[in-house]
Each structure stands twice: as C-alpha cells, then as structure tokens.
Design a protein around this ligand. Structure first.
Ligand code: GLV
Length: 336
C-alpha cells in the first residue's frame, strides 16, 4: 500500500463472488445486504462519502441522488446493459462517469427471448399448468392445446442492435423470414441474415412474431399501443424482453382479451415486480416471467465482472471500457 487511503465503493446488492473479490482487491467495498434496493435516503447517505457506486437497474439513481453526491464520487457502474434508471444528464453535469455492461449478455438474452417465443407459440407454461392441475383427461387429443408453428414463419424484430441481431440469428436457424425496424438500418445484419428493413407499420402487419429489443427512451415509451396492436395479425405473438413501458399494458390486455392478437410472452412489465392482480396474469395466452432474460450463472458473473472492471478504470483515472455518457470526458477529462 502506498499509504493513501483506499477508495470506497458502495454496491447496492450482493453480486457474484468473483466480481466482489475483484472490487475488494482494489477498494474498500460495502455491499447492501438486502435483496430489495437500498432506500433513497441510504443512497443519498452513501453517495456523499463513496468514490464509486455499483448499482442495478432497480436502483433509481435520479437527479436528487446524483446532486447529493460529494465531489469525490467519480463513477456509477451499472450491472446491466440498459440504464434508463440513471439520470445521465445530471451525472454528466457533475462530471460523474456512468458505465453499463453491453455485449456479455447478448446471446443469453437472445436465447431467452427465443425460448419465450417458443413457449408462447407452443403454450408450454399453460401446458405445464394443465398437467399439474389434473386437467389432462384424454390420453392424446388431436385438437388439444394447439399452438402456432414457429419454423418458416415471419419474425419482426423491433430494434436490430446487438440483442435484436442475436435473436434474428436464432430465427434464421428456424428458417424464418426476418423483417426488422429500427431508427437506423443495420446493413451488417441484412447481409449476414437476409433481414429486410421495413417501416414499423409493415412489420406489425406482416409478422407472425414481433419481438422487441429497443432501449426505453421517451421515443419508445408505449411504442406498442392500441393503434399498433390493431395492425398485427390475429394469429400473431408479441414477445417483450426489453423494457416493460415500451408496451402499453392496458392496450395489450384488450388486444389479448378481444383476440386482436393471439398471445404474448412478457419478461418485462410496466411496473416491476408486476402486481399479482395484473389482469394480464389472468389470461392463459400470456406467458409471464420475472425479468430474467440475462439470468444465467455465467452471464450474471460476466456482467458483474465487467461492471467491476469499469469501476476500477474509473477510479484509477482511466476512460472505462463501457462509458455511456461520453460527453462527461469534456466535463472531467481522464487523469490517464
Ligand atoms: C437487463 O434488463 C439489462 O438491461 O441488462
């Protein structure tokens, strides 16, 4: 030790041990011991004294928290690819570096999105309930629990970034026709996968499966609303593994209940955890899960290690590998 005090990092939840070890090798680390997020007053108390904050997407790091931070707070390292829970503008103004964990969760998330698509199309969760509830009476029913074929159908991918492209690769393996919509064309995906760029209206009208892979932004909030659900095929499935508020849940309920679309697979919700009384959960044509698309042992470890590496770079005065608010470099240039 050089004799100078170790920098301090507050971690808002228990994280995989390899990542914690890495952080502890450099810093004095405090971990919030509960499963639920630290309340705002705790966050405020911590940012007044720590040099780095390592957080999750369920921690609301708003302007109030950021503006309460002491001069010493240099970085916020989010363990997730999405960072809509952090007020980036407030962080940038204060010269605080914000990082995320892109790339390491791409394939795991796409695996899950495709599994949810399959489960929704072939009614897997509903079938499980059927067997367990003792409702399986006839040995083999020719017309029992019919679903939608997946192979050879058309998938419409909204948001052809890393995860959208990985989803398209899986769809190609099922011989699906791939349409996509994004704010910008992805020519690499067109070349690799034969994906066709269309406008959102065409995508919704022509797809048998619509899978959402956009970040939550003011422009994507309720992107899937009543009007757009009405454009979809009656046999279509909507799959959402991005952020809940991209879909208007009230409109989706109506669409599923009244048969404008056939089914939905939802890993993300407008409010998380969703209320057990959410009417969507009463519908058999909804396959539900609790925001777990990136939840594999390997990927969650990779994400936490990446977040630890980002934090180390920030606190050692370097530009971290996954800086999201690049303009911050003008407010507080790196020391190295
Ligand atoms: C999970 O939803 C993430 O953004 O990593």
């Amino acid at each position: 030790m050089s004799g100078t005090a170790k920098k301090r990092v507050f971690v808002t939840r228990e994280i995989p041990s390899d990542a914690l070890k890495l952080l502890k090798s450099k810093f004095e680390v405090e971990v919030w011991p509960e499963e639920t997020p630290p309340p705002k007053n705790i966050l405020i108390e911590k940012v007044k004294v720590v040099d780095g904050l390592c957080c999750l997407l369920t921690d609301k790091i708003d302007a109030e928290v950021i503006n309460a931070a002491g001069e010493q707070l240099k970085g916020i390292s989010q363990i997730a690819v999405g960072y809509d829970n952090i007020d980036l503008e407030a962080a940038t103004k204060r010269g605080i570096y914000v990082t995320n964990t892109p790339g390491v969760l791409t394939d795991t998330t796409a695996d899950y999105a495709f599994a949810l698509l399959m489960a929704t199309a072939r009614r897997i969760a509903e079938a499980d309930r059927y067997v367990r509830d003792g409702r399986w009476k006839i040995p083999w029913g020719l017309m029992m629990m019919l679903g939608q074929d997946v192979w050879g159908k058309t998938i419409g991918i909204i948001g052809m970034g890393r995860i959208g492209t990985a989803m398209a690769r899986r769809a190609k393996g099922f011989n699906m026709k791939i349409l996509y919509y994004d704010v910008a064309r992805n020519e690499a995906a067109e070349k690799e996968l034969g994906a066709e760029y269309v406008d959102l209206e065409t995508l919704l009208k022509e797809s048998d499966f619509v899978s959402i892979h956009v970040p939550l932004l003011p422009s994507t909030r309720h992107l899937i609303n009543e009007e757009r659900l009405k454009l979809m095929k009656k046999t279509a499935c909507l799959i959402n593994t991005s952020r809940g508020p991209v879909v208007d849940e009230k409109a989706l309920y109506k669409a599923l209940k009244e048969g404008w679309i056939w089914a939905a697979g939802l890993d993300v919700w407008e409010k998380e955890p969703t209320d057990p009384d959410n009417p969507l959960l009463k519908l058999d044509n909804v396959t539900a899960s609790p925001h777990i698309a990136s939840a594999s042992y390997e990927t969650r470890t990779r994400m936490a290690i990446m977040a630890a590496e980002n934090m180390i770079a920030i606190l050692e005065g370097r530009v971290p590998p996954n800086l999201v608010n690049k303009e911050v470099l003008k407010v507080r240039p790196p020391e190295k």
